[in-house]
Ligand binder design. Structure first.
Ligand code: NAD
Ligand code: DAU
Length: 349
């Protein structure tokens, strides 16, 4: 039976990727390696955790001995690497933990894969999941293509850029079969409420202030998480070895327009008066080094793999809000304890 290691499978995007693979490929054994940081939550996978082709491995990708041991024991055929520290604001206050998880952790996995596959790379694949933030920040026009030069601006994006360089270096130097994708902002169920959309959904529900950094004019290109998981499936199975694929939502919004739209949807769903939630919008100190705009040219993945986003943003956002409103226990468990400390420190409340 083919064996695939998915790292970071208890996190937001990872859990959607694990679910898709476990359900769609009963003949592939899926191993989910996750250290369960604050962002990892096995509840995200409660519906598939009993499936026969699913195994959870609790471990840290920065633990060299552990990583080498599981690769030797399981002889994985492929790796889909998502585990990372993923929140830009946390990278500004604690860059070293991003360096450790995102760079050192990735190199550990590359070494382990190289070691067990070295006699025959044929049919093996190390798929590294990365971000559009490695390209830096766009002005008012233009799109990131796979040829755009790297220009990371935050400790998070610098750590992801470095990990991308290591992955390409292992392909160039040792011939390791790799593929990389760089995706734009994801949204959807199971996203940790430190990120803009779930944070605002939770705050609107609780009638708490909606913190908008700076003037709210920064632009992001939003993609529904299940569309990202589908792109990852296509790239893993049909992508060209050594190649990079950009994945994007073709869906640019300024933060302020997005949050106003979210307020409107939630006023309707919660039976509030129109305009009520918008009053919660509060402009706060800007993020240090805040990238102005991200937007992806996804024509390569569209042309080569026939992938494009399937869900309209209006539909995806409505589904996302419904999920958060229907999963009160999930959000309560996550926002108790440590989250309160993080929130108070980040927003000085
Ligand atoms: P997330 O923070 O929700 O989840 C990360 C997961 O990795 C968690 O389950 C966590 O426990 C695990 N993890 C972290 N450090 C680990 C370590 N040292 N060892 C083992 N497990 C560890 O992140 P996400 O938003 O799901 O992002 C997943 C990947 O996709 C990341 O590599 C991120 O850079 C990339 N990405 C995210 C987005 C986005 O919009 N969220 C967009 C493009 C790319
Ligand atoms: O582009 C892909 C990236 O998207 C991923 O690589 C990252 O892992 C992911 O976190 C995301 O990064 P962003 O920084 O764009 O996402 P975030 O949800 O943190 O912020 C989105 C925008 O909203 C950004 O311009 C900052 C702003 N913002 C964010 C928060 C948390 C606010 O105005 N207020 C907030 O409270």
């Amino acid at each position: 039976m083919e064996k695939i290691l998915i790292t970071g499978g208890a996190g937001f995007i990872g859990s959607h990727v694990v679910r898709r693979f476990v359900e769609k490929y009963p003949n592939i054994q899926i191993f989910n390696l996750d250290s369960l940081t604050y962002a990892g939550n096995l509840e995200n996978l409660s519906d598939v955790s009993d499936m026969e082709n699913y195994t959870f491995l609790k471990g840290d990708i920065t633990d060299e001995d552990y990583v080498n041991r599981i690769f030797k024991e399981q002889l994985f055929d492929g790796v889909i690497h998502l585990a990372a520290e993923s929140h830009v604001d946390r990278s500004i206050s604690d860059p070293l933990s991003f360096l450790k998880a995102n760079i050192f952790g990735t190199v550990n996995l590359l070494n382990a894969a190289k070691e067990i596959w070295k006699s025959d790379f044929d049919g093996k694949l190390f798929y590294h999941i990365s971000t559009d933030e490695v390209y830096g920040s766009l002005g008012e026009s233009g799109l990131f293509t796979e040829e755009t030069s790297y220009d990371p601006k935050s400790p998070y994006s610098a750590s992801k850029a470095s990990s991308d360089h290591f992955v390409r270096a292992y392909h160039n130097t040792y011939g390791l079969p790799i593929v990389i994708s760089n995706c734009s902002n994801n949204y959807g169920p199971n996203q940790f409420p430190e990120k803009l959309i779930p944070l605002c959904i939770n705050n609107i529900k609780l009638k708490k202030p909606l913190p908008i950094y700076g003037k709210g004019e920064n632009i992001r290109d939003w993609l529904f998480v299940e569309d990202h998981a589908r792109a990852i499936d296509e790239i893993f199975h049909k992508g060209k070895v050594g190649r990079t694929y950009n994945i994007g939502g073709l869906n640019e919004w300024t933060n302020i327009d997005l949050v106003k739209y979210l307020c409107q949807i939630m006023d309707e769903k919660l039976g509030r008066n129109s305009g009520e939630s918008e009053k919660l919008i509060t402009y706060v100190k800007d993020r240090a080094g805040h990238d102005l705009r991200y937007a992806i040219d996804a024509s390569r993945i569209n042309d080569e793999l026939n992938w494009k986003p399937s869900l309209k943003f209006e539909e995806g956002l409505s589904k996302t809000v419904d999920w958060y409103l229907e999963n009160q226990d999930w959000i309560d468990a996550i926002t108790s304890g440590e989250y309160q400390n993080y929130y108070a420190k980040q927003y000085k409340s």
